[in-house]
Design a protein around this ligand. Structure first.
Ligand SMILES: NS(=O)(=O)c1ccc(C(=O)O)c(S(=O)(=O)NCCc2ccccc2)c1
Ligand SMILES: [Zn+2]
Length: 262
């Protein structure tokens, strides 16, 4: 899997890392200004082909929880959309707030959502390892999906039920047969896309971001379980709730956000 081998232990407490990377002119997240996005008719529908059998584990890495997939073969892939190559799913995770008023990393016309899902993929046509791809311009593709509070999300419940077992940083449990397609919105043809970066250290500018226009709904109670996770490990005296694990928005620096819809 992608990030399990690298527990970012060097990440200082303010996991958000520097506000901006020196010389970085394609940092993420950003505010998507809808009326400034440019429709591109060349943008194709996303093609996801996820195999639930590749789901391996769920763990708390000290700033989010990650569901990790076996990315040693092309069994769970993403292609199409703005992408030229085939990308392999390595993990998905979320960002959320301490209240339903904020929590997402991207915003749409400054609108905040209570949480945001990221599905991280790497270019397996050009690179042989995630760790290589993460350093390259066209190395990663991350799908962003906004979460809104509403009806209970049945697909999410299996994941929510696993969270109490990984309350503390560095806890991990086996987690299998989870199809991440159940977390995608009904309509995946409408999205914004732009070139950006990881929103966590090392903040490398290797990400083609694909942000879904349509959100998914989760219940208030499901989101409350996210907030029961802890940033801190079992040994630490002071336990800190895992909330507000999002990075501040970054300057657009002249980038164009393209849309697949008018
Ligand atoms: N918000 S985001 O999509 O940018 C993102 C957040 C967290 C992580 C992570 O590793 O935990 C990742 S990651 O899986 O891409 N890993 C980045 C850190 C890393 C770099 C190099 C090798 C392993 C891990 C991405
Ligand atoms: Zn993320």
């Amino acid at each position: 899997a992608c990030s399990s081998k690298f527990v970012l232990s060097h990440v200082h407490p303010m996991w958000q890392g520097p506000l901006a990377v020196p010389g970085g002119d394609r940092q993420s997240p950003i505010d998507i200004v809808v009326r400034k996005s440019v429709f591109d008719s060349q943008l194709r529908p996303l093609v996801t082909d996820y195999d639930p059998e590749t789901c391996q584990q769920i763990w708390n890495n000290g700033y989010s929880f990650l569901v990790e997939y076996d990315d040693t073969t092309d069994k769970s892939t993403l292609k199409g959309g703005p992408l030229q190559d085939k990308f392999r799913l390595c993990q998905f995770h979320f960002h959320w707030g301490e209240s339903n008023a904020w929590g997402s990393e991207h915003t749409v016309d400054k609108r905040l959502f209570p949480a945001e899902l990221h599905l991280v993929h790497w270019n397996s046509e050009k690179y042989s390892l995630f760790e290589e791809a993460v350093m390259e311009d066209n190395g990663l593709a991350v799908i962003g999906v906004f979460l809104k509070v509403g009806k209970r999300n049945e697909g999410l419940q299996k994941l929510v039920d696993a969270l109490p077992a990984i309350r503390h940083k560095d806890s991990v449990i086996e987690f299998t047969k989870f199809d991440p397609a159940c977390l995608l919105p009904v309509n995946t043809d409408d999205y914004w896309t732009y070139h950006g970066s990881l929103t966590t250290p090392p903040l490398t500018e290797s990400v083609t971001w694909i942000v879904m226009k349509q959100h998914i709904e989760v219940s208030h109670d499901q989101l409350a379980v996210f907030r029961s996770l802890l940033f801190t490990s079992a040994e630490e005296e002071v336990q800190k709730s895992m909330v507000n694990n999002f990075r501040v928005q970054q300057p657009l620096r002249g980038r164009t956000v393209r849309s697949s819809f008018t």
